[in-house]
Design a protein around this ligand. Structure first.
Ligand SMILES: NC(=O)c1ccc[n+]([C@@H]2O[C@H](COP(=O)([O-])OP(=O)(O)OC[C@H]3O[C@@H](n4cnc5c(N)ncnc54)[C@H](OP(=O)(O)O)[C@@H]3O)[C@@H](O)[C@H]2O)c1
Length: 257
């Protein structure tokens, strides 16, 4: 079945990780386009500062299953429908693969993989009813394994694989499923990550960075166009294709960073 594009005006959009960075920008742009928003994150005061008077703010920790259930239940109780779920909340972890603390690895997977999986399961009956949109915010690390972000890369690879299978399940119900692979986006992501700071050469990658505003615009354009994959900035496509065509070369290049 052909999926329909998101009509932003009047649509009910659930955004996780809306208190900061890309999620806060998505909220600002979608609100300006007339969407009705449900905003999730742990920091209630920041969510309220980001939110508009009509937005539904639902503070909670998305590593906790009960908080995910409450998010979807409260969204439906208020609006009676869900047109889009944007699984955006996530964090990094700058530990090497050989020394990453297991507790941190597990909690990172809970946020970056299990929360989007569970939320999509909870929201999919509503997305099927609205023939809506499911967006999973991955990373360029969904495609390329970054040795300075090993557990993060693994979680985003897992999320990318999940996104493909969700599309296989949901397309027949008219639901549009989209992955997003941002490269460097100018947000608080690095400061909010666990572990040491990234290597200096990675920080130099900032010269290719996009702002959260540019990233959010690309995501919304992808939702409107029913894209399967959005890579932003566009230069990231070079890395995506290099790694698909020359995996050995990409691995040895990453090893030298
Ligand atoms: N910035 C980049 O360079 C970049 C690149 C590629 C992909 N990404 C991806 O883009 C997404 C957004 O990242 P960002 O750059 O906007 O980072 P950010 O500024 O650090 O924002 C992260 C958001 O996730 C929320 N969050 C963190 N832990 C949470 C938890 N346990 N429960 C609920 N919400 C939680 C935070 O809100 P609270 O603190 O209020 O909970 C915040 O709103 C992430 O999935 C990230 O992996 C970012």
């Amino acid at each position: 079945m052909k999926t329909k594009s998101l009509k932003t005006e009047g649509s009910v959009v659930v955004i996780t990780g809306a208190s900061d960075g890309i999620g806060a920008e998505l909220a600002a742009q979608l609100r300006a386009m007339g969407s009705r928003l449900v905003l999730a994150g742990r920091n209630e005061s920041r969510l309220r500062a980001v939110g508009g008077p009509q937005d539904l703010v639902i503070p909670g920790d998305l590593t906790v299953a009960e908080d995910r259930v409450a998010l979807i239940e409260q969204a439906v109780a208020r609006f009676g429908r869900i047109d889009a779920l944007i699984n955006n909340a996530g964090r990094g972890s700058y530990y090497r693969a050989t020394s990453a603390p297991l507790d941190d690895a597990r909690s990172l997977f809970e946020l970056n993989f299990f929360a989007p999986l569970h939320l999509a399961q909870l929201a999919s009956p509503w997305l099927c009813e609205s023939k809506g949109t499911l967006v999973n915010i991955g990373s360029i690390a969904s495609q390329i394994s970054l040795p300075w972000l090993p557990v993060y890369s693994a979680s985003k690879h897992a999320l990318a694989s999940l996104t493909v299978t969700q599309r296989m399940d949901l397309r027949r119900h008219g639901v549009h499923v989209m992955a997003v692979y941002p490269g460097y986006v100018l947000t608080g992501f690095q400061e909010h990550a666990a572990g040491a700071m990234p290597p200096a050469e990675v920080v130099k990658g900032k010269r290719f960075a996009v702002t959260a505003e540019e990233c959010a615009t690309a995501i919304i354009r992808g939702m409107e166009r029913r894209s399967e994959l959005v890579v932003t900035p566009k230069i990231g496509w070079i890395l995506v294709w290099l790694s698909r065509l020359f995996p050995g070369l990409t691995e040895s290049r990453m090893e030298r960073v």
